[in-house]
Ligand binder design. Structure first.
Ligand code: OAD
Length: 227
């Protein structure tokens, strides 16, 4: 099977009703990113950070996969599909994709603040002050904040480097190191970039359209074309 890799960003989930980051005056749901998505914010105002991610979690749990998420699942009948997502939602998994790597963490998981290997699937929407890991430390959202390492980056680089087909969907490619991944596809890889505001990118076929329309179209093309 050919290896098909997807790199998705917030635009992938826009049509599920989840807002993107850079389409709204530099604010994310009325907050400056530094106030809610940095280690400094956690130290300064833990209650605000917990409440902010509680609200995001409630939104994610109410959202449903859209036609773009669902179309990607169909590719698994013909390709070895790996999805690398910058999104913290679980809509790729809920659509049925089997192989999803979350570069920036997962909103429906919590993590120990003393042992990063202790990660827990959350059973409810809310993470509160006083919720502790088995070693007794306060739990934090399992999210990569600005200024933190991206532990899954080396795995993601390996996956992109082996791709026969790379499809980048709904990302401004403004945030590093995630954005650097597009530079790792091999010389023979066929590259696509689907985003209504996509800038030209060397070696990429640009499709300026919404994911909900463009992804199902590209998927049926890839499923019918002779290799
Ligand atoms: P951005 O908000 O930077 O970019 C969203 C992209 O989605 C833009 O390029 C839009 O043009 C595009 N878009 C909007 N609606 C779309 C649709 N219906 N179909 C397809 N594309 C659409 O989001 P990301 O690039 O994902 O990090 O941002 C990267 C990271 O920055 C995020 O993972 C997050 C954020 O801060 C963390 O939370 C650590």
């Amino acid at each position: 099977m050919k290896k098909l890799v997807v790199l998705s960003g917030a635009g992938m989930s826009a049509e599920s009703g989840l807002r993107t980051f850079r389409d709204s005056d530099g604010l994310w749901e009325q907050h400056r990113i530094e106030d809610v998505a940095t280690p400094q914010a956690w130290i300064r105002n833990r209650a605000l950070v917990l409440e902010f991610y509680n609200q995001r979690r409630i939104q994610v749990m109410a959202a449903q996969p859209n036609p773009a998420h669902l179309a990607l699942v169909k590719l698994e009948s013909k390709y070895d599909v790996r999805i690398i997502t910058q999104n913290i939602d679980d809509l790729h998994e809920r659509a049925g994709s089997m192989n999803v790597l979350h570069l920036h963490g997962e909103i429906r998981k919590s993590r120990s603040t003393v042992d990063p290997l202790l990660v827990y699937q959350m059973k409810t929407e809310l993470l509160n002050e006083g919720d502790r890991c088995e070693k007794g430390s306060q739990l934090r959202p399992h999210i990569v904040w600005f200024g933190e390492m991206v532990p899954e980056l080396p795995n993601a680089v390996d996956i992109v480097a082996q791709a026969d087909i790379l499809i980048v969907i709904g990302t401004s490619l403004a945030v590093y190191p995630a954005a650097s991944l597009v530079g790792y596809s091999g010389i023979d890889c066929k590259n696509y970039y689907i985003d209504p505001n996509a800038n030209p990118m060397h070696g990429f076929q640009i499709i300026r359209n919404k994911a909900g329309i463009a992804v199902p179209e590209l998927v049926s093309e890839l499923l019918t074309q002779e290799d």
